[in-house]
Design a protein around this ligand. Sequence first.
Ligand SMILES: Cc1cc2nc3c(=O)[nH]c(=O)nc-3n(C[C@H](O)[C@H](O)[C@H](O)COP(=O)(O)OP(=O)(O)OC[C@H]3O[C@@H](n4cnc5c(N)ncnc54)[C@H](O)[C@@H]3O)c2cc1C
Length: 312
Amino acid sequence: MLELAIIGGGPAGLSAGLYATRGGLKDVVMFERGMPGGQITSSSEMENYPGVAEVKSGFDFMMPWQEQCFRFGLKHEMAEVVRVKKIGNHFGILLSDGKEVESKSVIIATGGSPKKSGVKGEDVFWGKGVSSCATCDGFFYKNKEVAILGGGDTAIEEAIYLAKICSKVTIIHRRNEFRASPVTVERAKQESKIEFLTPYGIDEILGDSSGVTGLQLKNLENGSEKKLDIACLFVLIGYKVNNAVLMQEDGHSLCALSEYGEALVNLKMETNISGLFVAGDLRVDASKQVVCAAADGATAALGAIEYIEHHK
Ligand SMILES: Cc1cc2nc3c(=O)[nH]c(=O)nc-3n(C[C@H](O)[C@H](O)[C@H](O)COP(=O)(O)OP(=O)(O)OC[C@H]3O[C@@H](n4cnc5c(N)ncnc54)[C@H](O)[C@@H]3O)c2cc1C
């Protein structure tokens, strides 16, 4: 039986692997369905990890992480986990090939992914002027005009954040009403650099070899068309967490979840199930940044070491 199974090999899973193996746990396996590295490997530029002054692609940035973990004895199994379940006082890890592995403790770090809009041009310009993360990419558009697609809390809060960096922020939303809390919308309305375009939809993201140059918009009430010149579109229409491994055969989740499907954890990354930890973007209130996911992974691993020690 494993001492610790880590599900997911992004920044949270890899950090957990490093801290768990270096902290003395034996038989630690990280189950990752693809190449380790996580979401950030799809980013062309990563420049906000403290202590790493060089700007690198997400892929190059993550390469040394696995090397460092494997040096301390972390084992990597390239496998998709279907479900994590409780068997007595330990856990069963069901893999997609039907194999089942048993472990005394589990850290789930399966992350998530931002929802895409499906607008024409989105895939062409993804990472070249279309982004899903204002904290990650806002700085690249300092003193430039940008737009946000979305009407929820994240969209409006990120508009307020971007207004401190960019020269103008246009919020494009298909309805006149917002899902975001009225207080947040009111705060955005007080910001002179923020403009609201409702009820508008985007017909096409326009650009050239340098990246995004503008948007072709349509008024959804009267059908009139409009072109907006911008350097970046932030698509902030939601985030899908990868919580499928928590779902049991009877449809219930192994641990308590928020209304958005994120795992509820305490500051030690402990769930309400003893021995089960969740780290990174999958947990409630995650900041969705590499440095935060890495910190979560380390915290969860320290918790797992303590758990194993107390359950010998
Ligand atoms: C385009 C883009 C740009 C970004 N830019 C930045 C940036 O500049 N700075 C920054 O700090 N953050 C950035 N982020 C956010 C950052 O990538 C995430 O916050 C971080 O990767 C979350 O780490 P994680 O380990 O929690 O999850 P993830 O990175 O999502 O990793 C989860 C891993 O689990 C695996 N997995 C999922 N389900 C299963 C399963 N059932 N079985 C086995 N494996 C599974 C996945 O394959 C994945 O490798 C960016 C994100 C994107 C998408």
